[in-house]
Design a protein around this ligand. Sequence first.
Ligand code: XMP
Length: 524
Amino acid sequence: MPDIHQQKILILDFGSQYTQLIARRVREQKVYCEIHPFNIGLDRIEGFNAKGIILSGGPSSVYDKDAPLISKEVFNLDIPILGICYGMQLTAHLLGGEVEKSAHREYGSAELIIDDDSDLFKGIVSRLRTLNSELRTVVWMSHGDRIRKMPKGFISIAHSQNSPLCAMSDIKRKIFGVQFHPEVVHTPKGAQIIKNFLFKICKCKPTWTMESFIDTAVAEIRARVGEKAVVCGISGGVDSAVAAVLMHRAIGKQLTCIFVDNGVLRQDEAMKVEQTLKKHFHMNLKCVDASQRFLKKLKGVEDPEKKRKIIGNEFVRVFEDEAMKLKNAAFLGQGTLYPDVIESVSFKGPSATIKSHHNVGGLLKKMKLKLVEPLRELFKDEVRVLGKALGMSDEIVNRHPFPGPGLAIRVLGDVTKARCDILRKADSIVLEEIKGAGLYTKIWQAFAVLLPIKTVGVMGDERTYENVIAVRAVNSVDGMTADWVRLPYDLMARISTRIINEVRGVNRVVYDISSKPPSTIEWE
Ligand code: XMP
């Protein structure tokens, strides 16, 4: 079995907003990597056994009073190093070069002129296509400081019109620095630069494939769990479903999944989960219909944060009741992802490993359960690839994100079964039409919202006074910022006509044209 962790890259984080992107770019080349805070100490850096180290960018200046620094000894470990932006300035600073404030902060696209295309920049620009035999490529700059004097042993390997020094290398020690950001899409050849670092300089092998991940993860789960039983909560989202299928591949019937119907799920959701996990994968799955219990608690509650708390607390209670019934459960399976566990300077310490919606910390203590988190090393899009590799359908793995509190925060105001039913129907039409137009996988999230107002309409010859549905479709990379999708008018027309004709109690449909910020994706 290939050990996917033998060929790994260590990314030291100095607080750049792009650090996770560096990791994405490395993994796209099928090389495993981990992000750690800059201050993990020389011993851990050495003990990590990396094939290469990447120093991220960051907002600091090396001369700041509390500038993030590392031991100079990192450069003597005989491990190739690539410093990006702040990482390059730090390299220069620690090895005896000089860094200074640029006259102007450089931000945005710049044209890079490559002076040495032997290692890092190999194959970036074809010599045949160049004018005046200059090798030019576009890069993304974002820095305030620059290097005035390189350390001993370094040569300049690229410049731009504004900066005489945009990249430097010490070939002998395999230490490189780039002033620009190869990890962002605005540097079109950035992926090739990272690829060169990984394969030409660090001599990595591309062993990080989903197939090899599955082999390793299955062996690890088996070793950790032994003969014991595992209980796992299923939310209807992608992560918990993929985690469950992976654990099932490893330990089969030792795994029991619990799916709680909280009464605020999308149309046919419970049925789809059952079909996939029980019928297709033959899993031990317990579906608990707790919808009455949840709706009773939600009755009359209008405040969105109160709704969230009620649903979170109630979920834990139902889940605990069910888990307690299981004999000899010793582990709790969770679909925790890598972004949740990265302990990086930009994210201010270790983030909670248990999402608040699934806050089953009490259960861990009460039943003395230990956690199994087989997706801890993966990014969201890797989870999707993993799901496919495990034989899950596109429909499950490509699902849009769905909030834990479900339709309760999309039925604005009072949440009742009747209002949830109206929303479920309208929402399923929105999704059906968007899928029919081939746009579902191109959109981050699309859904319907039921507004807490009624408006006047006319149907046939009769005046109506009915509900309003708002349609929301947004594009986003991570849910932190979002823009509304310019859906084709004829698609919007079909959605509107179908909702008004097919969903009783709705006589008006509006489209949400707000971006985030200043709005949010959900209405509550
Ligand atoms: P907002 O509305 O904050 O949403 O722009 C950003 C992303 O998070 C989802 N969301 C939630 N997910 N529990 C969740 O599990 C919540 O309470 C919650 N609120 C919002 C939202 O669907 C979007 O993907």
